[in-house]
Write a protein that binds this ligand. Structure first.
Ligand code: 3HC
Length: 382
């Protein structure tokens, strides 16, 4: 049986540094690679902050914290970063051309037995793996932000991935103490991002189409949809660059899955990328973890029916297209987005007919994106 002896994480941003940390926490020796030393210094500071939080909360002790940090080796030189590793987890920005360039470069130094795993948030694995000589040893390992706290990892085999590699990925995910869910189809956005990314756009439309404020929409997301964060808050936390790139990649492959709102493009162009730049939808004090104040009073002022409808409709699409079962979908939303109430329970409380009528009404005004999915329609007949 293949044994992972050392992992190279490519990219030290929000996802990369977290993946490096949890891999080290599971005992792996990790090389964290980025193109500039300053990026790596910032990533190591974030890892130290997170590890200290875990010590504060008595999840680990001081000596474990020290070992976790010591097992992570920041490296700029690509060739050096790959030496002695037999698994690469790539977490570079979501741009197909950039990924192509990165994989072509790493293939120059990769040994034959090296496994390539991509933390792509939306790109089909079969498309990325086609840039390499090893699509059979290539797999999607999609972590959720913050990887240190979110228990889900979506595993996405491409069309040529060997079963042995999928099994190995499942085993690895369990070793880093996460729950794997294998996507049965390699669709853009996989499971959770097919719900989350379109919701950000829908939340932006709801500001145009109602008198609600961002805090009211976000408070309703939290208190009426059972999300742990508001949708704008979560978008800022994830990064508008990530949302923007994921949007483009999904929209270019499937016009039905997302209806892009110009505000996301605008924030991206203004470099208002969310918490990491001090401004996105909201304004922040600095780069540190910060929450938006959401209240039940504010939630009472906004009816999130259009948000619930869009989420349930995209969830229905995933089920009717065989990407996952309803149980897997609910588990993915619980573990990947912290959803506290199953989505279809919220749908039933809201009323399936109410949701279908809302979608039909939106479809008549704004087009096919809102067309109710056949799985959703089938629930009405029951
Ligand atoms: N490491 C360690 N501790 C951390 C941390 C980290 N990286 N980030 C936050 N914490 C700490 C906080 O500082 C806080 O500590 P404190 O009690 O000392 O203040 C503690 O965790 C709890 O945080 P909160 O008080 O903010 O409480 P929550 O219960 O809301 O938990 C959360 C925080 C886990 C982030 C929760 O709000 C959540 O699940 N949010 C939703 C996140 C989500 O949806 N992620 C997925 C986005 S989609 C994605 O990533 C896919 C990609 O492809 C786009």
């Amino acid at each position: 049986m293949f044994k992972i002896n050392q992992i190279t994480v490519l990219g030290s941003g929000i996802m990369g540094h977290g993946i490096a940390q949890i891999s080290s926490m599971a005992g792996y020796n990790v090389i964290l690679r980025d193109i500039e030393q300053s990026f790596l210094d910032k990533a190591m500071d974030k890892i130290k902050w997170s590890v200290n939080k875990l010590v504060e909360k008595q999840k680990i002790n001081n000596s474990q914290a020290e070992q976790i940090i010591n097992r992570i080796h920041p490296v700029v030189d690509l060739e050096k970063s790959l030496k002695n590793s037999n698994m690469v987890i790539e977490a570079v920005p979501e741009d197909l051309n950039l990924k192509k360039k990165v994989y072509q470069e790493i293939e120059k130094f990769a040994t034959d037995d090296m496994i390539f795993a991509s933390n792509t948030s939306t790109l089909p694995i079969s498309e990325i793996s086609a840039f390499t000589t090893r699509p059979h040893k290539f797999i999607g390992l999609h972590f959720f932000n913050p990887p240190q706290l979110m228990p889900l990892v979506e595993i996405i085999p491409g069309s040529k991935t060997n079963q042995e590699i999928t099994d190995l990925a499942i085993n690895f995910v369990q070793e880093v103490k996460k729950t794997p869910i294998v996507c049965k189809k390699d669709v853009a956005g996989f499971i959770v991002n097919r719900i989350f990314i379109p919701l950000v756009h829908e939340a932006a439309y709801s500001l145009d189409r109602s008198d609600a404020t961002m805090v009211e929409v976000d408070s309703a997301s939290k208190y009426k949809m059972a999300l742990p964060m508001g949708i704008f808050e979560l978008a800022d936390y994830t990064g508008l660059d990530v949302i923007h790139k994921a949007t483009n990649e999904m929209y270019s492959r499937d016009k039905k899955v997302i209806l892009p709102h110009p505000k996301i493009q605008q924030l991206y162009e203004n470099k208002e990328l969310g918490q990491k730049t001090g401004k996105g939808f909201y304004q922040y004090q600095g780069e540190n973890y910060e929450r938006v104040q959401l209240t039940e009073e504010a939630a009472a002022k906004f009816d999130p029916i259009s948000l619930i409808s869009v989420a349930v409709n995209n969830a229905s699409w995933l089920i009717s297209n065989g990407v996952c079962s309803r149980e897997e979908l609910e588990q993915a939303l619980k573990l990947g987005m912290g959803l506290k109430n199953p989505l279809f329970n919220t749908a039933e409380t809201t009323g399936i007919e109410n949701i279908i009528n809302t979608l039909k009404n939106l479809q008549s005004k704004y087009g096919v994106f809102y067309e109710p999915d056949k799985y959703l329609l089938s629930l009405q007949q029951k």
